[in-house]
Write a protein that binds this ligand. Structure first.
Ligand code: COI
Length: 355
């Protein structure tokens, strides 16, 4: 691959000055990384250029058959002024797994990491300073070949965009209210659930909108076959402190193999908890919350970090967890994970890479 070209930027915006009003993913930096792929030629023309709209043929395959994948990771500003990335290699390796599942060309992980670092060096002023904020990084690949036949495309665009963000949920660390869908599913067994592809998120919108209208923050998805076993929440994996052990759904292909999930499972084991990768049923969760066997539940994700769950509602049955504040273990995990990311806790696992 040729060197990354740095193209001139016509218009330079200043980073957001009022970080207290950051809305997740609404604001973007001045530059983005872009490169193209063509069958027979491979990936080519890597460049950093002005952030802005693409010109896309109306017949581009992504617009018709949703051949698209993405990732989400973050850059953090530390007290010593350094910029840190959290497990970035894992994100690009997962990107390649999604690419394989969606019949898209894979990327050279080392090259992507180099491209990301170059982009971040140019845009480092955009990494926000306030507590709990970060620069969200969204690598994306779309199928650009203009043809209406259903097939894997022969041309693709890969790009990385950057967005300064605060907490994903408006309430920050206030426990989220979750509506458990009994009617709709996110993905079917054997489907694309494990891939980070737009279609999985598009198919979640209908139930999420219904849940939002009823005042819920998120939907908890159950398995597609029995409609009993917990899978994930659309924007995060979910863990339960049940009988004093950490339960989370196993990676059977229908849920996302979360990088935050895997980091949290490592941390809870170090805190002395047994981890059980077994899907609880919705009945076990509701009964467990009422009987006291289930004491905490929390979501994990890049955007969501560690998000406490305060309520589940299923078929009109509401159960509340805890006292209205985040549980003790949830807070310990949030503080440890963000402490590692922001450099306040030791990084014993070498998860962090500075710029
Ligand atoms: C992330 O956590 O990075 C995600 O991709 C979730 C997102 C859909 C907001």
């Amino acid at each position: 691959m040729t060197d990354i070209q740095i193209l001139p930027v016509d218009e330079i915006k200043k980073p957001v000055s009022d970080e207290s009003n950051l809305v997740f993913g609404k604001e973007f930096t001045n530059r983005m990384f872009v490169m193209e792929y063509d069958t027979g030629k491979g990936w080519h023309s890597p460049r950093i250029q002005q952030y802005g709209p693409f010109s896309l043929d109306p017949a581009a395959l992504v617009l018709h058959y949703a051949q698209e994948i993405f990732e989400g990771l973050k850059a953090f500003r530390r007290a010593d002024g350094q910029i840190a990335l959290f497990r970035p290699r894992d994100n690009f390796e997962r990107f390649n797994l999604s690419a394989r599942r969606m019949c898209m060309p894979e990327l050279d992980v080392d090259f992507c990491l180099k491209a990301l670092r170059e982009l971040l060096k140019l845009e480092q002023d955009w990494v926000p300073h306030s507590e709990g904020t970060s620069l969200y990084i969204r690598p994306t690949m779309i199928a650009t070949e203009p043809v209406l036949g259903v097939k894997p495309a022969d041309s693709y665009l890969f790009y990385i965009i950057l967005s300064p963000v605060a907490a994903y949920y408006k309430g920050g660390l206030s426990p989220v209210k979750i509506w458990v869908s009994d009617e709709y599913i996110r993905v079917a067994s054997g489907g694309t659930g494990e891939a980070k592809t737009g279609g999985n998120y598009a198919s979640s919108l209908y139930a999420s909108t219904m849940a939002a209208e009823k005042g819920y923050d998120q939907v908890l998805w159950l398995d597609s076959v029995h409609r009993q076993y917990v899978e994930e929440v659309g924007s995060m994996n979910i863990c339960f402190l049940y009988d004093g052990k950490i339960y989370t759904s196993p990676l059977t292909g229908s849920i996302l193999n979360g990088i935050t999930r895997r980091s949290i499972l490592t941390l809870v084991k170090e805190f002395g908890y047994e981890v059980v990768e077994h899907a609880l049923t919705i009945g076990e969760i509701l009964d467990g919350a009422e009987s006291g066997r289930l004491t905490e539940a929390f979501g994990t994700g890049t955007a969501a970090v560690v998000s406490p769950v305060g309520q589940f509602t299923y078929k009109g049955r509401d159960v509340k967890l805890g006292t209205g504040d985040a549980g003790e273990l949830t807070m310990k995990l949030y503080n440890t994970l963000t402490g590692i990311q922001y450099g306040q806790c030791p990084d014993d696992h070498n998860w962090v890479e500075t710029l």
